[in-house]
Structure formats: C-alpha cells, structure tokens
Design a protein around this ligand. Structure first.
Ligand code: TPP
Ligand code: MG
Length: 724
C-alpha cells in the first residue's frame, strides 16, 4: 500500500481525481496527508482513538479530505464506478464544465474485496453504462483476514475484467527480479516462482533468506546459472530479491500507472505484494492479528535511520535534504491548490407541491403523479432531479416521469415500441439528456449509485436530487449498501413500494415486515409512511429541502399500492408542519379521552372504520395518524434528554388523553415501530402489526389473518378497556 499510494498521490493523481482507499490502507492515507500538511499531528497520533483519525477512511469523520469512505469491503470499490457514472451524467447534461478533463475514480482495493459479489454487480452495471475513467488497483497480497487466498480464482480474474472490456495490467515482478530473469537460469527461476503456490511463497517470505536458499538449492540447484545467483546474494539480499514483487517496486508501479493514464479506458491493476512487507511477520498467514513488539518497533525505527523521539518528524530518516523534499512536495500535481470539497448552491423548492386529484388513490400512484407534475410545472427543480431504479421503474410508478424526462444513456437509442406506432404507452428512448438511470436488478447497485449521485455536490460541485425506487422488501437485499450511503452522508430520497401484506396476492415472498424498523433505526435516514396522498406531497416537498440542508440527510418513503379513499381537505400550514413532524390527529380526541388509535400507512382505513364503531361506546376516542415514527421518536428522545419532553411533538399530541387512556397502535409492519409511544406518557399500549411471513390472499383476508382489520382493532380496544 505504501508503494501503490506513493506512486498515486505523489505522482499520477490530480486534484480532480477521487480515491477510495481500502480499509487497511487508512494509516498510509493519513500519513500521506500528513506529509502534504493536510493532516494534523494530533489527529494522526491519535489514529483509531476517540476524536482522532479514523481506522478506516471516513468522509464524514476524518478531517483530511477523504473522498470516499471505506470499511465494508467491496463498497468503496463499487462506489468508484458509480461515481464515474455520476460524473458522466453531470458532464453529458452540462451540469459541470465539459471543457475541463474528467476526474479519474480510483479504488485501491484489497484482493479479498473481490470475494464480495457487489463488486461484480457494479462491474457488470458499469459496463452496461459504458463507464470510463475508473481504475481499480488491487493490492494482491494473496491474504485476507483469516488466511492465504486461493490462487485458482485470481488466475481467472483478469479474464473477467477483459470480458467487460477493461484493460488489465498485471504488476508481478519488480525491476530486480526482472534483471535476474534476464540472466542465465532466469527462465527457470521465473517458472519456479510462477508455479509456486501462494501459501508456499508466503511461508518462504516469512522465513527469509536461508529458507529461500535451501528451497532453491533443492529445486533448482542443478539449473545452470542458479548456483551463481545464490552465491552472489547473501541471505538478506536473496530475501530482498525473491520478495521483489512489482507492487513493492515504485518504478514499476509508476511506469504502469503512467502507461494507462493517457486514456479513459477502465483499468484494473493487479499488483503483486506481500502483506506486512518489511516487517517481522511479512507473509505469515496469521499476520492480520499480529502486533509488532516494542523491540521490533525499535529495530524498525533504527533500521530506517530515525532517531529516537523523531518518529513523527515528516522527513526523519531520509537521506535527501528537507528543503529538497519540501520543494518536491510543492511540485506534486495532487498537492496543487485546488478546491476539492465543493459547495453547490441549493436548488429552490416550491412552497407547495400540487396534490394530484382523485378520490381513490394509493400513495404509490400519488407519488408517480406528483413527480410527473414536478416535471411539468417546476422545471428548475425537475432539471436537478435524477431518478433510478433496479428494473422496477414502471412498477414503482416512475413511468410518467420517465416519459417526460427520458432515460439517460451516453449515446442515443430510440424505443422501437414507441417510435413508429405507439405499441407501448411507455417511452423507453434513451439519450445523454435523459434523467433516469435504469439499473439491472441489483439493489446493492441502486444504493451505491444513490450514494454517488447523492454526493455529487461535494465531489463534483453540482447538486443532484436523486430519487431511487425499489420494492420495499428488497431494501434488505442492499441494506449494507444503504448503510454505506448513509454513513457517507449521501443525500437522496428512497421510495419503496409495495410494502407489507397490503400487496396481498404476492404473498410472503414480497412482503416487508422489518423495513419500518430499519427506517426507525438507520442513522442518516429519515423514514416516512404517509397514509394519504396530500401527506405524501408535503413530505416529498420537505424531503427535497431536507436532502439539501446542511444538517439534513437521506429520506425513505414507505408507500403502498393499496388505493384508499382520500380525505377532502385543504391542509393548513399547521397541518403541513404536523405531517412533517411525524403525526397529527385525523380525529382529535375529546379532553380526557380514554382511548386512541394510532395508525401508520395503508391500514388507516381499517383504523378509521374501527374508530367509527368505537365512538358509539367511547365518544371522545381519537384517531392519530403517524406519518413518521422516526421523526416523532427522535424528537421525543431529544426532549427526554434535554428535559423539555413536554414540548415534544408526540407529547403535545398525547396531552389531551386521560392518563388512564389506552392506545391501540397499528401498521402493516413490525409493531415495535409504534409501540414505543407507550413510553411517552402513562398510557397503556396494545400494539398490532405483522411479525410473521405473509400468505397470499386478498387484502381483507390477510388483514383478518394478521389482525390488522377493523375487528382486530376493536378487539384490541376492548381488551385495553377491560384491562383498564
Ligand atoms: C463486508 C465486510 N465483511 C467483513 C469485514 C472484515 N474484514 C475487514 S478487512 C477484511 C479482508 C481483508 O483482506 P483484503 O481486502 O485482502 O485486505 P488486506 O488485509 O490484505 O490488506 C475483512 C474480512 C469487513 N470489513 N467488511
Ligand atoms: Mg489481501
């Protein structure tokens, strides 16, 4: 990593390039920033300590200009190809200056990262989108955490890349070994190393010169030229020669990087290295958990010519005068003054979005119409929106938007089904002006692309407002990538439909149970589950602002395909605030009421029906709609800590109820999403929701089976009242 990163940062990188440094490369990254004067000694010394430099490079927590966070192996690698796609999108749409050269998106990756399937999902998708300007540099040390990795796979890896039209550059032998191969007996030596299994090579690298000598004497002692070679090298020199892999040879690495730097072809460098090179445990299969002893550190320090106490001096131990080194650093291309962390202006959001007409509408259909309406009525906002979906564009109701704004492609392609005769209502024409990025079915890719699109403001200086749609249950499929996107503070709106058992006939395989809890628990993500379309329009408007706010974040909307009769109402400014704050009384309780129903999402009509019945017996009962359990809960937890819990929105909402009141909570999802509301005041809670895999059936049968229908809600109310 030291060699690869040195060649990158001190030579080939330009300020416009972006790098994802593999998790274990973090110390090297911070050391380089320290030499550039962009990392403080305090931060660097406190590497991995509280408030210090992060163990894995972090965009949000490190102070030295990390481009792309890493930590979950494979994610940073994929992120570079999607960042390159985001950059291409901005350039084609002329949202950034097209007369400046594009940046190169570089991943310095561990070889074990290529065991993660998401890397290959990204590779295939980037090929489909003709992505260029990506480099993946693989630190091929043939080790992961546990052990030495199998050779068989890496012997094939280059063909995978070549199939995807990548250039593959294998950096196997350093200059010293190359010279040895040119001597008499050199061919035999090269074949011997080529054929040496990873584990045997690693073991010899660990054992050192004497072990190399006896093995080579045994295997090649009779080959002419080898004896002379062995005689010319003492143990130390022999070890240096036999471990002279190209990944440790800065001249070989620079040569390879420069040879590939002239064009935009995506390139994979496979750089052979030894894990722990130059340390006492180099090559040892258990070295991941190896720690150098104080004595070994002393020996390392002395061996590098660094005086005691001068370990943090930037240029200690070097035989080039400091002045010369500083002068060199001033000439390094990456170190030239340039703004790297951009601030892009905000895109104005209208004061209100039009609520689509229709008495009977689902939130998903409403979403499609609101977005299509934005495309028509609010061009300034619409121009900055980019939508994406993993093969569920039409079925998540993005069709109207796509018909208006087109599909992005680096080249123009007509839709033959639409062109001559309208054989399809959906126009699937593609071109460089399109604003929808269609992905194959891979939710990991969706989230990593949203991470890239959601960071174009700081990375490229042009703000996009990304909206991604998928099926709610498949959030779990890409959950780590979603977490990764949030961890980097990427800004996007995630719209997930259908949700829960409300999608009925599709049954348990497409049913989401846990996703409301993900919405509640995921840092950096604010979740909403609107019941009615006018709520959705206001939430969407707020979301476009929230994803642009300094202290904002990403947004997740859990929608439904179930059409509901829409309330006839004009939302007051106060009602809009309450919707965004997380909840409002659809039917306010009478002062001192003994019962309230608390409901989220599509089951609002069941709660409403139950409510109509219950008021015959309990006239003051209320019906509370929770649009965002997360917003309510966060506000309440903040208030609980700061002592102003009485001012929190949920507390205000529950204030009219009698202390002895019971709450029946209900949603098409895990009941724990709402049951916490019982902790706000003295009220008792009976939570309804889904905790099992679903069946196929129609909505009424399923609501009955899973105790979400009006009868179940009334039963729960009765149990609460009897219990009270
Ligand atoms: C998704 C994920 N799973 C597991 C880990 C734990 N882990 C950290 S690094 C690593 C493998 C390291 O191997 P490699 O990428 O080859 O890097 P090297 O240690 O050789 O530098 C693993 C399994 C992780 N960080 N992320
Ligand atoms: Mg490795």
């Amino acid at each position: 990593m030291v060699t690869l990163m040195t060649a990158l940062y001190f030579d080939v990188l330009r300020p416009i390039d972006r790098v994802a440094v593999k998790p274990h490369g973090s110390p090297v990254y911070h050391a380089i920033q320290y030499l550039f004067g962009r990392q403080s000694r305090d931060q660097f010394e406190r590497f991995r300590a509280f408030g210090g430099a992060q163990s894995y490079p972090s965009r949000t927590k490190d102070r030295d200009d990390v481009d792309i966070s890493t930590g979950s192996v494979g994610m940073g690698v994929a992120m570079t190809s999607f960042a390159a796609l985001a950059q291409a999108f901005l350039r084609k749409r002329r949202l950034v200056a097209a007369d400046t050269p594009p940046g190169r998106m570089v991943a310095v990756a561990g070889d074990a990262e290529f065991d993660e399937g998401n890397v290959f999902e990204a590779l295939l998708e980037s090929w489909k989108h003709h992505v260029t300007n990506v480099w993946w540099i693989i630190d091929y040390n043939r080790q992961s955490l546990d052990a030495i990795v199998a050779d068989r796979f890496f012997n094939r890896l280059d063909t995978v890349f070549k199939t995807m039209e990548w250039r593959v550059v294998t950096l196997k032998y350093g200059k010293r070994l190359d010279a040895a191969f040119a001597r008499r007996g050199g061919d035999a030596l090269r074949s011997w190393i080529d054929d040496c299994p990873n584990s045997a090579y690693s073991a010899l690298a660990y054992q050192g010169g004497a072990a190399w000598r006896s093995r080579l004497e045994r295997d090649l002692g009779d080959t002419s030229g080898i004896r002379e070679l062995l005689d010319e090298h003492d143990d130390r020199a022999l070890h240096r020669l036999m471990t002279n892999l190209a990944g440790h040879d800065v001249a070989a690495v620079r040569e390879a990087f420069h040879a590939a730097a002239d064009d935009e072809t995506p390139t994979c460098f496979i750089a052979y290295t030894i894990k722990g090179y130059g340390l006492p445990f180099e090559g040892h299969k258990d070295n991941h958990s190896g720690l150098t002893t104080p004595a070994q550190i002393e020996a390392l320090r002395a061996g590098m010519g660094i005086a005691e106490g001068e370990e943090w001096e930037p240029f200690a131990g070097l035989d080039v005068p400091e002045q010369e080194l500083r002068a060199f650093l001033d000439t390094v291309p990456f170190n030239q003054p340039a703004r790297r962390n951009h601030r892009a202006p905000r895109v104005p959001v209208p004061a209100a979005l039009t609520v689509p007409p229709g008495d009977h509408l689902s939130t998903q259909a409403g979403f499609g119409r609101v977005l299509a309406d934005i495309a028509r009525r609010h061009p300034d906002l619409a121009d900055r929106i980019v939508t994406t979906s993993p093969d569920v564009t039409v079925s998540t109701n993005l069709g109207g938007w796509v018909n208006r704004r087109g599909i992005f492609s680096q080249s123009t392609q007509v839709d033959v089904f639409h062109e001559d005769r309208p054989l399809s209502a959906q126009d699937w024409s593609m071109g460089p002006n399109g604003q929808h990025l269609e992905l194959g079915i891979a939710e990991n890719n969706l989230f990593v692309l949203l991470a890239a699109l959601g960071l174009t403001a700081p990375l490229f200086g042009a703000r996009l407002l990304p909206v991604g749609t998928l099926y709610d249950p498949f959030i779990s499929r890409g959950l780590d990538a979603l977490n990764y996107a949030c961890y980097q503070d990427a800004r996007f709106i995630l719209v997930a439909t259908p949700s829960g058992v409300s999608l009925a006939p599709e049954g348990g395989a497409h049913q989401s149970v846990l996703t409301p809890l993900i919405g509640l628990g995921q840092p950096g993500l604010t979740a909403f589950e609107p019941a009615y379309v006018d709520e959705l329009a206001e939430i969407l408007r707020w979301s476009f602002e929230h994803i642009q706010a300094d202290n904002g974040g990403a947004v997740y909307l859990r929608l439904s395909t179930r059409p509901l009769t829409q309330p006839r109402r004009e939302l007051t400014p106060n009602a809009r605030c309450e919707i965004v704050d997380g909840g409002y009384w659809l039917v306010p309780p009478a002062p001192g009421a003994e019962l309230a129903f608390v409901v989220s999402g599509a089951v609002v009509s069941e709660a409403h029906e139950a409510h109509r019945h219950i008021v015959e017996d309990i006239p003051g009962a209320g019906l509370l709609v929770v649009t965002s359990a997360g917003r309510l809960q966060q506000d309440w937890m903040r208030g609980s800590k700061t002592g102003d819990v009485e001012q929190t929105h949920v507390h205000e909402l529950l204030r009219p109820l009698a202390p002895t009141a019971g709450l029946v909570t209900v949603l098409d999802g895990h009941p724990a999403t709402l049951s916490w509301i019982g902790s706000v005041g003295p009220h008792r809670v009976l939570p309804l929701g889904v905790t099992q895999f679903g069946q196929s059936g129609d909505v009424q049968d399923l609501y009955h089976a899973y105790e979400l229908d009006a009868d179940a809600i009334l039963d729960a109310a009765a149990r609460l009242c009897v219990g009270g």
